[in-house]
Design a protein around this ligand. Sequence first.
Ligand code: NAD
Ligand code: UDP
Length: 322
Amino acid sequence: MIKRILVTGGAGFLGSHLCDRLVELGHDVICLDNFFTSQKSNIVHLLDRPNFELIRHDVTHPIWLEVDQVYNLACPAAPGHYQFNPIKTIKTSVMGAINMLGLAKRCHARILQASTSEVYGDPEIHPQPESYRGNVNPIGTRACYDEGKRAAETLFFDYQRQNRIDIRVVRIFNTYGPRMHPYDGRVVSNFIRQALAGEDITMYGDGSQTRSFCYCDDMVDGFIRMMENETGFHGPVNIGNPDEFTIRQLAEMVIEMTGASSNLVTQPLPEDDPTQRQPVIDLAREKLAWSPRTPLSQGLVRTIEWFRTIDMSEYRPPTPNY
Ligand code: NAD
Ligand code: UDP
């Protein structure tokens, strides 16, 4: 059945891929974004579609819309972006959640929250199941994001208990792919941008810290499965690719796949940088019949191809942190 669907942060990296899929499925899609960390180029190809609408708006302010579903993705996601204006970041998570939950309550809409593996902080158990309560430094420089997302999860579950809102919470692990902002400072985009420009590849620390990288199409598939699930499952559910790599391994893969002549240089490890991260995805497999399909090597080829096609002069760094 065709639904009216609001995607906040819909012009961003993941939001724009989600909008693509929802538009293709025939839904009536409203993309809402303040363009802090994205630009129109991500969704320009959708603008003339009759079932797509774009609203420039900031989720920290209320908005009146009539919809059947909300995907709440609005929030800067890259450390350099969310640390640029940390107070705004936590406002976006918390006030954005309150505003979107209020909208969902008024419309009796189903609402999905894009949470994050950062709710686990620098994890003491490995890999991380949903039952792990995390190791977040509440006063550190990542806290604006981590604690903001944790508070948003609390709000989602309280709105469910108190107001019977039909909520869904997905905990997203590192995701990459075409349309990552080339100046977002995240590791995949940084390494590819640097490699293609023949610049030094900036590895923070000794590169022994790990991440598990999920390709964007797999992630969007997980979002939609969670939203459409009719078994009364609300999450939180980890969505991510359990294949774990050190940052050094990633750098070596990018250098090899791009044929770059770049040097690998080290820079200081940022404060509270998690040393390891890998999702347990048993719940996603069991409840959503979801598992990732794209190995890192394949996803990197597609991402590198996309980075080769873009004109870097058309991208404005959202913040100086990249
Ligand atoms: P992104 O920065 O590309 O997208 C975020 C979008 O939200 C951008 O278009 C930005 O302009 C918009 N936005 C930011 N603040 C806003 C505000 N106050 N009002 C309206 N719009 C606002 O990042 P992404 O990787 O696409 O992340 C999307 C969501 O997924 C975020 O909520 C992020 O926390 C979550 N997430 C992503 C990852 C990942 O690896 N990509 C991992 C964990 C969680
Ligand atoms: N990183 C790096 N070089 C960069 C950017 C990031 O070595 O140019 C490291 C960073 O310190 C972290 C990992 O790569 O250990 C992933 O960083 P990212 O910002 O992509 O996401 P995070 O998982 O830390 O939120």
